[in-house]
Design a protein around this ligand. Structure first.
Ligand code: AMP
Length: 605
């Protein structure tokens, strides 16, 4: 079917459903299996001990909740183990199972192996979550050609073929996430002016309030809490999700589940009636939150709602009449249903894939960064010492690729090193942002003055961040490339995950080559003016200089009692070596011992 070797597919890896699409003869096409376009994003282990994905997995949710995982997208970016039967997996491993199924579906549909993909993520996903998505794809044997934002993908479909100037809002309310983007399209260029969202707001939350409503009524009537029993809870959730969908067209629904519980040996049946009005009252606060996000996104874009040409609805939850009504009120016009709310994102990813492949001259995409990036710096000297803050360098909503620099001065005369701590987030307090990398620049001393250091950030379209720090006077420089700094897997873990997935799929999968490691260091020169002051290496104690080491030693302490045998001996040795490396002020040894300790703690937990 496809006209190319090594085709690139577009994948919408959704919380509830996932979709794969490709461009054929210039037209985006969703690839289905037996007519099913949506693949439920659910994985499970069936009673025969085999891996099941999609509909089969969703169907066993109620019967085997302990052997089934849904909505894993909400956990992407975290490494907390997820139980699936008698094994545990990381969120990227679970997502890899869904991606692998989509890859197989696509390979079968187009009659040739599929190894490359454009994958969409919510605009509000941070680097950690994007990296987890890349790693999931790697485990599924897919090279990620580009990660694009879901609303951007939807715009590519909405805008297809048009060259008119338009400013639109893409309001995407799915199963697990919500985001809204203000987008400008002009002369074939799509520019995301601003994006706002909530990775913890979606149709799942609406299901949950309905579950609570029905379960509370049942408890009042029968004195039994259905939420306490995992099977009853899942049956109730499935029934409420169906009821929610029916309430988009019907004014009243009946929820009936026979033999859902028992009391004193007697079976209990559930029968509940929910009206649309009751449901709307329950979900109103969630819908209000989405409208607040729309207002914020508009404010950030510098546009008013009246300057929008269209408000495009994407995601299954936009079928809810209350959502449409609130948006109509806000927009004072009819929101647009020009794109298929379930398929637009995957179709847009396919359009982008074809563009990367040089196959169609579609619109050019200008994406923005979803988070502010910067470093830790001192903006104030207090009696107690330097007060550290987050100093932004690339602000949120800056179009990509972006290159910005900021100059700082050292805190002390003749300071011989500065620590560059790279952060992502929106808060002035350092600890309320996410740490995404660290390195040290040794400075040449002797002038008796404070030194100027220029910190430059280069952020690519793929979210790869290159941070350089340069001593102005000498040109001495260090560069840190953060592409893998947020790597979810240590090399050994990834090998283990790969071979485990290979076995589970009972098929050989070709995986990506190992990267060189989290950081690549090199030397280069640059110059600029002085500004804020950087933290000093000399004047801090070992604990202050190695906060991650302190944190992991604390974690080791708290887990010590539960570790036995060889693991316990290894733990003691690693802790001792780490303390020694801190005392000797050896950052390389500290970093590698932290990694080893982290590895050990992950497995003994
Ligand atoms: P998506 O992530 O875009 O696939 O959206 C899936 C979400 O949309 C799930 O929470 C579904 O329950 C919800 N959904 C799908 N169809 C409807 C409908 N007709 N009415 C209300 N919610 C729906």
């Amino acid at each position: 079917m496809a006209d190319r070797q090594d085709p690139i597919v577009g994948i919408d890896l959704g919380t509830t459903n996932s979709v794969v699409a490709i461009i054929v003869d210039g037209k985006p096409l969703v690839l289905d299996e037996a007519g099913e376009k949506l693949l439920p994003s659910v994985v499970g282990i069936n009673p025969q001990g085999q891996l099941v994905t999609g509909v089969a997995a969703r169907n066993q949710l109620a019967a085997f909740p302990d052997r089934t995982v849904a909505s894993i997208k909400r956990q992407m970016g975290r490494m907390d183990p997820v139980a699936l039967g008698d094994q545990t997996f990381t969120p990227p491993e679970i997502s890899a199972m869904i991606l692998r199924r989509l890859r197989d579906r696509a390979s079968r549909a187009i009659g040739q192996p599929v190894n490359r993909a454009v994958i969409t993520v919510p605009a509000f996903f941070d680097e950690n979550q994007r990296q987890a998505t890349r790693e999931a794809a790697g485990l599924a044997g897919l090279t990620v050609e580009r990660i694009i934002n879901e609303p951007t993908a939807a715009t590519l479909v909405y805008h297809a073929g048009s060259h008119d100037r338009k400013q639109i809002a893409v309001y995407d309310f799915g199963g697990g996430t919500f985001d809204v983007s203000i987008v400008r399209m002009e002369a074939g260029v799509i520019e995301v002016l601003s994006s706002r969202g909530d990775v913890h707001l979606g149709g799942d939350d609406l299901d949950q309030v309905l579950v609570n409503h029905v379960a509370d009524q049942f408890q009042t009537e029968h004195g039994v809490d259905l939420r306490k029993n995992s099977q009853a809870r899942y049956r109730l959730w499935l029934a409420c999700e169906q009821a929610k969908r029916r309430l988009s067209t019907d004014e009243t629904v009946e929820i009936t589940e026979e033999f859902i519980a028992e009391k004193a040996g007697q079976p209990l049946h559930l029968t509940a009636t929910v009206t649309r009005e009751e449901f709307e009252e329950l979900i109103e606060p969630f819908v209000a939150r989405t409208i607040d996000s729309l207002d914020e996104a508009l404010r950030e874009s510098g546009l008013t709602i009246h300057q929008l040409d269209d408000l495009v609805l994407v995601g299954g939850s936009t079928r809810i009449p209350l959502v449409e009504a609130r948006l109509r009120e806000e927009f004072q016009r009819e929101p647009s249903r020009a794109v298929d709310p379930d398929l637009a994102v995957a179709l847009g990813a396919a359009v982008q894939a074809a563009m990367i492949d040089g196959r169609s001259a579609g619109p050019v995409l200008v994406d923005v960064t979803g988070h502010t990036l910067g470093i830790e710096a001192c903006t104030e000297m207090t009696f107690a010492g330097p007060k550290m803050f987050f100093s932004p360098i690339i602000h949120r909503n800056t179009p990509l690729p972006a290159r910005y620099e900021q100059a700082y001065s050292t805190l002390y005369d003749d300071q011989d090193a500065v620590d560059i701590h790279v952060l992502q987030g929106e808060r002035p307090e350092v600890h309320r942002n996410q740490s995404i990398g660290k390195f040290r620049l040794e400075l040449e001393t002797g002038s008796g003055d404070r030194n100027k250091v220029v910190v430059r950030f280069d952020l690519t379209l793929d979210g790869i961040l290159k941070v350089s720090a340069t001593q102005s006077a000498t040109g001495l420089s260090q560069v840190l490339t953060i592409q893998n700094a947020l790597s979810q897997f240590q090399a050994d873990d990834r090998d283990r995950a790969e071979s485990r997935l290979k076995t589970m799929f009972d098929d050989s999968v070709e995986f990506l080559d190992e990267d060189d490691g989290p950081f690549s260091n090199e030397w280069q020169a640059e110059d600029s003016d002085g500004k804020d002051a950087l933290s000093t290496a000399d004047h801090a104690s070992a604990e202050v200089r190695f906060p991650e080491a302190v944190a992991i030693l604390k974690k080791a302490d708290s887990l010590r009692a539960s570790v036995e045998g060889q693991d316990a001996e290894d733990l003691e040795l690693l802790c001792e070596n780490l303390k020694q490396a801190m005392t000797l002020d050896d950052p390389a040894a500290v970093a590698s011992l932290i990694a080893e300790l982290d590895d050990l703690l992950f497995y003994v937990r």
